[in-house]
Design a binder for this molecule. Structure first.
Ligand code: ATP
Length: 891
């Protein structure tokens, strides 16, 4: 017998499980051991060894290796071994960086493994979908990605979209009845749900029938390739730039070698020095360092509670000009409490005592607490049409469910009404769950006398349209203009106090058939009253909004809530000013994108919108040239999240589908975290600029000193090994440390970066060339002076050139920390950099002062008098630049 043909009891027996208790921990461990984790196999990864050897695959590196081997065969053992040792050290550095980058990307992937709700030991638990085993009872709601193959045993309006498996994008209505029909394709299995498919509506419960590679998905995806590591636009630009730089470095190297030979230098020495120069000067490690900087930034973002799912987002974050944020839960706390009721023209206040579910009800103008029959009715219906449940965890009692419904649940408890009592009197026959497009939820219930009725709750402006009468002082009256105005005034009154309002209606019906649709019952209702729910703003958001404003980033509130409620909260948060607009969903319906474009920059709040409207808003903003960050949590938010420049999903309230479409997930659902991520994004980009500036200026300096020496007919200022050592000492650690630099003070005080700007924008190209010239220049002067003082001691002059070059670079690195001037930053602000510079300096001094290394590197002790010259010259570029900055400032 197939699973789809079984009834619940047969399924329990076949899969050895219990649908009320689920599996026990011991059973789970046993099944995990037997069948393994619920994962699809992935293509094999590059091994560590391969990753290490890949460091040598660079063209110039190969030429240098070949040249070194030749020199080894010619008897230059010391040189050859030293060069190879340096290259290996270099490769280790490169390998460590790449390894780190890979590990942190893996960790990110691990963090985005979806969670599922499974019934274990009689309790619903959230577990990683990897730990699901056959026989587990799993429940799921709209927006969940199904984590294994399941047989559905309970459902409410359940629809699942199976395009991941079948290619068919129309969602399938799912049922629980056994299915004995001939099934031609997966799409016909209406009581089964499959791994990788997506719940687009309703909710359901299922028993797991297959996991991992045994699922339908596992069978078609025998070898699932991991999605290729994404390259960010900057990395792409750098790759292209790398090619140009290689070309330029090669031409210059050939020039150096040619000139050197013409000037009478030894061919072999020139070739080795020239190729070493090329290896040193070509920033082949740049893309890897960028990846490391990006992934270290990503790690810092995780500490701030933002998870980057797509690396390019890190860069785009720094360009964001608009943040479109959901209100509930992101700008507000999502801690909802019913504080007001409205019934038959009277407004009531609901108070809270010490305990959350203790409180009183006061009618307007009355100082004595009381609960009338009609208030009880309003609360009872609010609890009947309500999916939240009371739970007990040890001694702790809490309500599980959506915050809106939990608030209504607690309000009912305050009046002494519990779900347990209601369950004794009423049975829920059918449920049409809440969805934010309909903005309503309904249940069909029957009482002990088998009388059926519909209870609906939802956004008042929507629900009123479905009502034809009103319960006024316990009498049913026709809903006329007079009543409508009263209701409208009550809604406005509650909304202006920033309360979210829920209206409740009901009607009696005949026992319905099993295929009844919501549209058939949600009409001709009797309006009962309103509940007003407070959801206070998050305290940190006001400052975050203000900081974004200073940084040239506008915040727009997008909410399904009433316009007045939204505006009241937007005012509290500083999101809306007097001359900004509030636009409602129904107005959006009447505008096309073009019309929206005309006003979109003046809108601060979009109220009563459906998720579908978000896409229009994103498009209009993008057409106006904005870089848009858009938040979302539901299935219907996915298209907008995908098309936004930065799609942001909620970590807590967000559905799997929203998370999968997003490039950033907020672990705490908090708006302030978006601001923190933007700040970090800006900082990461600036740090990348810092080390590009440092590395390229250093390389320009290295090439120029050699080139000018050859043009001037001087001997070689640096030997091959010295050049490689300079590269090793100065390139790696200080550049990495720049990648870890803290943001400059003004990082959130300037306008967003233009997304189209090139790497060398904002004067970076000029800075690189001018610093390169200065560094090369002072090194050459040091070399020439030393040579002039001791014309016969080339080794000494080379030692002086070597240390001047290293020092000039290590001083210049502090310059690179600021776009303004070296003075604008505390030199000890980045201790990584201080340590990196100290280590690099020690590495440079070792080869000058440790006799065995002196042999190998061809260096000599430096006379104290010459140290003065070296330090003065090495500091000169920075002094000159600082001086010119001060001059400009005083002008
Ligand atoms: P956002 O998260 O975008 O700020 P929201 O969460 O306030 O919006 P929705 O959840 O779409 O928006 O709710 C829209 C409206 O639907 C609410 O203002 C409320 O009137 C009504 N509503 C919300 N939750 C429920 C529910 N569980 N049952 C019935 N009606 C609800």
């Amino acid at each position: 017998m197939l699973y789809r043909e079984m009834n619940t009891a047969q399924l329990e027996a076949a899969l050895k499980t219990n649908i009320t208790k689920g599996l026990t921990d011991e059973e789970v461990v046993k099944r995990l051991e037997e069948h393994g984790l619920n994962e699809l196999e992935e293509a094999e990864k590059k091994s560590a060894l391969l990753m290490f050897f890949a460091q040598f695959k660079d063209f110039m590196m190969l030429i240098l290796l070949a040249a070194t081997l030749v020199s080894g065969f010619l008897g230059e053992y010391v040189d050859a071994i030293a060069i190879i040792a340096i290259l290996v050290m270099n490769a280790i550095m490169g390998f460590v960086q790449e390894w780190k980058a890979e590990k942190s990307l893996d960790a990110l992937k691990e963090m985005s493994t979806p969670q599922v709700q499974a019934l274990r030991n009689g309790e619903w638990e959230r577990i990683s979908s990897k730990e699901v085993v056959v026989g587990d009872i799993i429940r799921f709601v709209t927006g969940d990605r199904i984590g294994a193959d399941l047989r559905i045993i309970d459902e409410a309006s359940l629809e699942i979209e199976e395009s991941a498996l079948t290619g068919e994008s129309v969602a399938i209505n799912k049922v629980t009845d056994p299915n004995f029909q001939v099934v031609n394709s997966i799409g016909d299995e209406h009581n089964m749900a499959f791994m990788g498919t997506m719940v687009t509506r309703g909710r359901g419960v299922g028993i797991v029938t297959a996991t991992g590679m045994k699922t339908e998905m596992g069978q078609i995806a025998n070898m699932l390739q991991t999605a290729g590591q994404m390259i960010t636009p900057l990395q792409h630009k750098l790759e292209q730039l790398g090619k140009i730089l290689i070309f330029a470095a090669l031409i210059l190297t050939v020039l150096v070698i040619g000139l050197g030979i013409i000037q009478g230098n030894d061919v072999y020495t020139m070739v080795l020095a020239g190729v070493s120069l090329a290896v040193a000067a070509i920033p082949e490690g740049l893309p890897a360092i960028v990846t490391v900087a990006l992934s270290l930034g990503v790690q810092r973002m995780i500490k701030q509670r933002a998870i980057v799912r797509k690396l390019p987002a890190v860069e785009t974050l720094g360009c964001a000009t608009v943040i479109c944020s959901d209100k509930t839960g992101t700008l507000t706390q999502n801690k909802m409490t019913v504080t007001a009721l409205w019934d038959s023209g009277k407004t009531w206040t609901v108070t809270r005592k010490e305990k959350e579910w203790d409180g009183d009800f006061f009618e307007e103008g009355d100082e004595k607490a009381k609960v009338t029959k009609s208030i009880k009715q309003l609360l009872t219906f609010g609890l009947l049409c309500n999916a939240s449940e009371m739970k007990k965890n040890n001694e702790h009692i809490f309500i599980e469910g959506s915050p809106t419904e939990s608030a209504m649940h607690i309000a009912a408890i305050k009046a002494g009404i519990t779900k347990e009592q209601l369950k004794e009197q009423f049975t829920i026959v059918k449920e049409f769950p809440f969805d934010s497009t309909r903005k309503m939820m309904s249940v069909i219930v029957k009482d002990a006398h088998n009388k059926h009725f519909v209870v609906t709750k939802g956004a008042p402006d929507v629900l009123i349209g479905k009502c034809s009468s009103i319960l006024w002082d316990e009498k049913v009256e026709g809903l006329n203009k007079n009543f409508n105005e009263k209701i409208q005034a009550a809604i406005n009154n509650l909304a202006s106090q920033a309360l979210r309002t829920i209206a409740i209606g009901f009607k009696s019906i005949q026992p319905p058939g099993s295929h009844i649709q919501e549209g058939e019952v949600e009409k001709g209702l009797t309006f009962i009253g309103l509940q007003g729910i407070i959801d206070p703003p998050r305290p940190e958001v006001k400052d975050a909004v203000a900081e974004c404003k200073k940084a040239g980033i506008k915040t727009i509130m997008i909410t399904g809530d009433h316009a007045s409620t939204a505006t009241a909260i937007a005012k509290q948060l500083g999101i809306i000013t007097d001359n900004e607009l509030v636009v409602e969903g129904r107005e959006l319906n009447e505008m096309d994108v073009k019309e929206l474009e005309d006003i979109v920059e003046d809108v601060a709040v979009f109220a009563r919108v459906s998720p579908e409207h978000k896409l229009k808003i994103v498009k209009a903003l993008q057409n106006k040239g904005h870089v848009v960050a858009m938040t979302g949590d539901g299935v219907n938010d996915a298209p907008a999240i995908k098309s936004a420049d930065i799609g942001i999903a909620m970590g807590i309230a967000g559905t799997d589908v929203a998370k999968e479409s997003s490039s950033l997930v907020l672990l705490d659902d908090n708006f302030a975290t978006i601001k923190a991520a933007i700040k970090e994004g800006r900082n990461i980009y600036e740090n990348i600029r810092k080390f590009i500036r440092y590395l390229l200026a250093s390389n320009v300096g290295e090439i120029l000193v050699m080139l000018f020496a050859m043009i001037l007919g001087l001997p070689l200022p640096l030997t091959a090994i010295q050049i490689l050592w300079v590269n090793l000492v100065t390139d790696g650690l200080p550049a990495m440390a720049l990648g870890l630099d803290q943001p400059e003070e003004n990082v959130m005080k300037r306008k967003p970066r233009n997304a189209k700007e090139g790497i060398f924008a904002r004067g970076l190209g000029w800075k690189i060339v001018s610093r390169g010239f200065l560094i090369g220049g002072v090194t050459l002067i040091a070399f020439m002076t030393a040579l002039n003082n001791n014309p016969n001691d080339l080794e000494y002059a080379q030692t002086i050139a070597f240390i001047t070059l290293v020092l000039a670079q290590l001083i210049h690195v502090f310059d690179c920390r600021s776009e303004i001037s070296i003075f604008s930053r505390n030199p000890f602000g980045n201790m990584y950099l201080v340590w990196a510079v100290i280590i690099s300096l020690v590495m440079a001094l070792i080869v000058i002062y440790y006799p065995p290394l002196q042999e190998i590197f061809g260096t000599l002790y430096i006379h104290p008098r010459d140290w003065l010259l070296v330090i003065a010259l090495a500091a000169l570029p920075t002094f000159l630049l600082a001086g010119s900055f001060l001059l400009r400032k005083t002008k």
